[in-house]
Design a binder for this molecule. Structure first.
Ligand SMILES: C[S@@+](CC[C@H](N)C(=O)[O-])C[C@H]1O[C@@H](n2cnc3c(N)ncnc32)[C@H](O)[C@@H]1O
Length: 287
């Protein structure tokens, strides 16, 4: 698994510079990572500073697993769809880890994520579409070999009562003989994710359509420190390229001056450990 220290540093410093120039941080201090917050430019910056380095790290672990699987199957190029891609940290993880494999990436999100311009540059193999994942019809997903749910399946499910059923219908109509899912689930600190049942809707539809899967779709992973019995570990102890630049912390000059400061989400610390990791790689085949 490869992690780019430069990607983390460039991303954090870019968002930090931009956020520091913003005024009225208190306006977004109560916002949480839910669908109603993501379109707000100022919130996107705080989201990037808090979550993107750790989520990128997790997607590096997943991308590295995908690379091993593709290499074993001698697959040399793939087309990848990311549903609920946000600022697309998964794209950079794929760039870093899919060595020797050509890939084309299309990110889909219901929100424009206008601070994409603060992210490091991307290659010609990248495109972004502001579209509902559940609004895509079968024909639009025909070409894809790999589908990613990067911490997004719960938000997609929350966006509409029928969203997962609609998406499952499109995915199960894939004409491909082999497709992969890279799932990364949101979890509460210190607990395994409660979100895996959302994917079961898609799993069941794929089986119904004649696909089979040798991987256990109910099993998820998080990275332990190599050689340690402890479940949880600092990300830097798993890969020493996980370095969060010290100048990237948000320091609020008003901190402590108001009652609301106690619950403020702006000054929350970024994620530094594997306590929010929960991922799986699933491969489905059809005769
Ligand atoms: C927790 S964020 C994850 C963002 C990004 N993948 C990451 O790793 O930081 C969930 C994302 O799912 C998106 N989303 C929610 N419902 C969606 C839908 N129906 N179709 C596409 N994207 C959706 C949200 O706009 C948001 O960007």
């Amino acid at each position: 698994m490869r992690v780019s220290r430069k990607f983390i540093e460039d991303t954090v410093m870019s968002y930090h510079a931009s956020f520091s120039a913003d005024k009225n941080w208190c306006n977004i201090s109560a916002l949480a990572p839910v669908n109603t917050s993501y379109a707000k430019r100022k919130y996107q910056k705080i989201y990037a500073l808090r979550f993107i380095p750790a989520y990128y790290f997790e997607y590096c672990a997943l991308a590295s697993l995908l690379r091993s699987r593709l290499n074993a199957l001698k697959i040399k190029d793939v087309k990848i769809a990311s549903f609920g891609c946000g600022l697309c940290p998964d794209y950079y993880a794929l760039e870093e880890n899919l060595l020797g494999i050509d890939f084309e990436y299309v990110g889909f999100d219901r929100v424009h994520w206008s601070t994409q311009d603060l992210m490091p540059p991307k290659g010609d193999n990248f495109s972004f579409r502001v579209e509902l994942a559940d609004g895509l019809d079968e024909g639009e997903i025909d070409d894809f070999d790999v589908f990613i749910f990067p911490k997004s399946i719960r938000d997609i499910a929350d966006s509409d009562d029928e969203a997962l059923v609609d998406l499952a219908r499109s995915l199960s109509g894939s004409p491909k003989k082999r497709i992969f899912f890279m799932n990364s689930f949101v979890c509460t600190k210190g607990q395994r994710s409660l979100d895996t049942p959302y994917f079961t809707v898609i799993h069941d539809a794929l089986l119904e359509a004649g696909f089979s899967c040798q991987d256990d779709h109910k099993e998820t992973f998080y990275r332990k420190k190599p050689g340690s019995d402890k479940s949880y570990a600092a990300l830097i102890s798993i890969n020493n390229n996980f370095v969060y630049p010290g100048q990237g912390f948000v320091v609020c000059p008003e901190r402590g001056s108001m009652d609301d400061c106690e619950t403020c989400n702006v000054v929350k610390r970024p994620i530094f450990s594997n306590e929010f990791m929960d991922y799986q790689l699933l491969e489905y085949v059809k005769e």
